[in-house]
Design a protein around this ligand. Structure first.
Ligand code: URA
Length: 210
């Protein structure tokens, strides 16, 4: 079994992604574009949240109006690049709860090393969206989802900007219950674990650290 993968092919998403890929795009623009795309990805990833009905009064009448059922969604950002997506999702869902998982890639083994973990106590009762712009080897995503499952999270989705086929396969095999949402699936990973053609190092491009 493998995860379902949704490639968000909306023209606005695709156009903004192209602008982000260009090596000339400066950090300020890159960050803003990521924020805008993330809002659009959030629209897709929340499409099937369950609705309930609540009694309200309009100026004219009483009615039972639709509202999202259950506890507020929790967005979990894989630091540091995940924060670029987090900001865009919070623009759309300002009342979301937020968790952070600090993972860095050991440059030799490409394996994730955890240095920070903070999520809401009641994460088991909330729909969870894990965010990281680049699904490359899938190691960080797999580790993050495993940690959240250890904390009892039941309903987890994963959102990235770009995915490599290798990452999609690895995450799908490790966590087939976790649907993946992305703006594109690129060709392959290079020997350093970068997505090709990709957009380079997402964290460096968001924060201008290179
Ligand atoms: N992380 C990045 O920032 N870029 C890649 O291409 C792969 C992993």
């Amino acid at each position: 079994m493998s995860s379902t993968v949704t490639v968000v092919s909306h023209p606005l998403v695709q156009h903004k992604l192209t602008l982000m890929r260009r090596k000339e795009t400066p950090s300020s623009e890159f960050r803003q574009l990521l924020r805008e795309i993330s809002l659009l990805l959030a629209y897709e990833v929340t499409r099937d949240l369950p609705l309930t009905r609540r009694p309200i009064e309009t100026p004219l009448a009483e009615m039972d109006a639709p509202a999202i059922a259950g506890k507020k969604i929790c967005i979990v950002s894989i630091l540091r690049a995940g924060n670029g997506i987090l900001d865009g999702i919070l623009d759309l869902i300002p009342s979301a709860r937020v968790g952070h998982i600090g993972l860095y890639r050991d440059p030799e083994t490409l394996q994730p090393v955890e240095y920070y973990f903070k999520v809401p106590q009641d994460i088991a009762d909330r729909p969870v969206v894990v965010v990281d712009p680049m699904l490359a080897t899938g190691h960080s995503a797999i580790a993050a989802v495993s940690r959240l499952k250890d904390r009892g999270a039941q309903s987890i989705r994963f959102v990235c900007l770009l995915a490599a086929p290798e990452g999609v396969q690895a995450l799908g095999e490790a966590h087939p219950d976790v649907p993946i949402f992305t703006a594109a699936i690129d060709s392959h990973l290079n020997d350093h674990g970068y997505i090709v053609p990709g957009l380079g190092d997402a964290g460096d491009r968001i924060y201008g650290t290179k």
